[in-house]
Design a protein around this ligand. Sequence first.
Ligand code: FRU
Length: 541
Amino acid sequence: MKNHHLKFVLVLAALCLVLACKDQGKKEDKDPAVHSENALDTEAEMYRPNFHFTPKVGWMNDPNGMFYYNGYYHLYYQHYPDGNKWGPMHWGHAISTDMVAWKEQPIALYPDEKGYIFSGSAVVDLENTSGFGIGGKVPIIAMFTYHNTDIKKAKGIDVESQAIAYSLDEGLTWTKYSGNPVIENPGIRNFRDPKVSWNKEQKKWIMVLAANDKVMFYGSKDLKSWELLSDFGGDWDRELGTHGGVWECPDLFPIPVEGSEETKWVLLVSINPGGPNGGSATQYFIGDFDGTKFIMDTEFEAVLNKGQNHWLDFGKDNYAGVSFSNVTSKDGGKFYMGWMSNWEYANKVPTETWRSAMTVAREIKMFKDDKSYRLASHPVDEIDAYKVGKYKKENIQVDGETALIKVEKVDLSRAAINFTISELKKDSFTFKLSNKVGDELSFGYDGTNNTYFLDRSKSGKTGFSTTFSNKRSTAERISSSKQLTGTLLLDKTSIELFYDDGSTVMTEIFFPNAPFETLSVASVSQDFILDNLEVNQLNRH
Ligand code: FRU
């Protein structure tokens, strides 16, 4: 090698080393994007979100093991670092001080001879009930599913079992327990996604997992030996609109009912297929948990018996979401993130280096309307720190199509928009995002059916799957208020719509051929007044 070549190689190697070391550090990064700025405009990065978490390289699905401890939020995730399609599952890892800006960390858990590392949860074992905490260290315990592909290939039934791992450095590195699995497969083919939480009243750990078309509850004093407590679902759910889909990624937690002294229990259950607009989605049940059994609330059950399932998010792209452990909001709300994709097409979306993003972190709250208990979701307050107020407008008369936002003023690929319509008419209106090359994403309210809708059929690249945009998505309007409010979060490839204080939510992804440049709104048959419009840019710090 010539001398100057050698010099060049050495300098390059040193640079790589510096960059790699920088990356390993557990260091705060206020940039909500997890990639470098220069990468933004390259072809490969054109769809990389500005403020949603994506892995730098490779495939990602469900969020796993989310917890908060000592100033850091931790997000683990189903990850295949060596390919851009689902494959041998690892747990990837990212940390954040605010649930908005995530910093990717080294892989937390690798598959081994017992199987792939499927979804699960993590808890902070403050009292060292597990005994893993040595030298006064607080152990973090992760519980996950081993998915054994050899047994699967041999058509065995006991493919999935539950295992634990512990961390003595606050979630950065992990040791798998030598006594794994801690729960053997009981003869159920789909037996996975354990979500553990501490039950204050019973002073024990409760775990819920998905088993075919039901959930099973287990209890433990030490996170190592588990006893079966009860199950929920099974036979009756088939009649209630879940279309025989597999139940996955459950979560169970208590939550205060807004404006009352009451606390109710929520059971989240992801279902695939069977979602309200096809494919994957997350349903919820509300009731009480007596330490052993989940008892559905009777009013809630009455609504369900009419065939009205309760969906956490009606859009096609929010799946397998669960709550963070060891933290609640000041009002007792739960923090939550979901996987922003759908098994119908997740492996085919047009990104190459990486695949899939998470939703923004949300706060889940419970309220009671005249019919029954409901959940509402909002983007976490921490996102406000990234907002730069662009403008506010009042009393916008909408008659035909009216432009609201143009790219010269606001970058629509990182915007947070609020609007209010004080007097909702029994009419329809449509918001439209558009660009120079003729792509359009439309969403709005259909007054005839009292539903919200989202239509991505002309939103750009759609042909990679027949079910990506074959029909527009619709969502029930839960609120009966005359006033309609909306919060929209817009990133390069996603829209998150929180209507009526978050009681109806729609999350969907899209892949335009060029960035969207204009947001307009149009009335359908009657004019109406958009009373308030508040537009914020979501800045990189
Ligand atoms: C949900 C899911 C889980 C499973 C994981 C595998 O999306 O199917 O049930 O643990 O993905 O990656």
